[in-house]
Design a protein around this ligand. Structure first.
Ligand SMILES: [Zn+2]
Length: 78
């Protein structure tokens, strides 16, 4: 039996505004990054982050959602 709080997808992706100048890290993309996608574990600890343009952020959100990863949109925070 699974524990009631068992979480099969222990990471979430948080979307932040990118507060510094960086290029989108998607392959061959030359857009300026406007957002940061940060993966966190189930304790909210940083795993890795990647700078992305708006378009690739949408791609990442769609892909991670399809995998059952929670998306935490923090774009309004800054
Ligand atoms: Zn891009």
């Amino acid at each position: 039996m699974l524990q009631p709080d068992f979480n099969p997808a222990p990471v979430a992706v948080q979307i932040y505004r990118c507060g510094y100048v960086s290029q989108c890290k998607a392959p061959r993309c030359r857009e300026r990054a406007t957002l940061v996608a940060e993966k966190v574990d189930n304790a909210g600890r940083h795993v890795r982050q990647i700078e992305l343009c708006d378009r690739h952020t949408q791609v990442v959100i769609a892909r991670e959602r399809a995998r059952g990863i929670e998306i935490q949109d923090r774009r309004d925070w800054r």
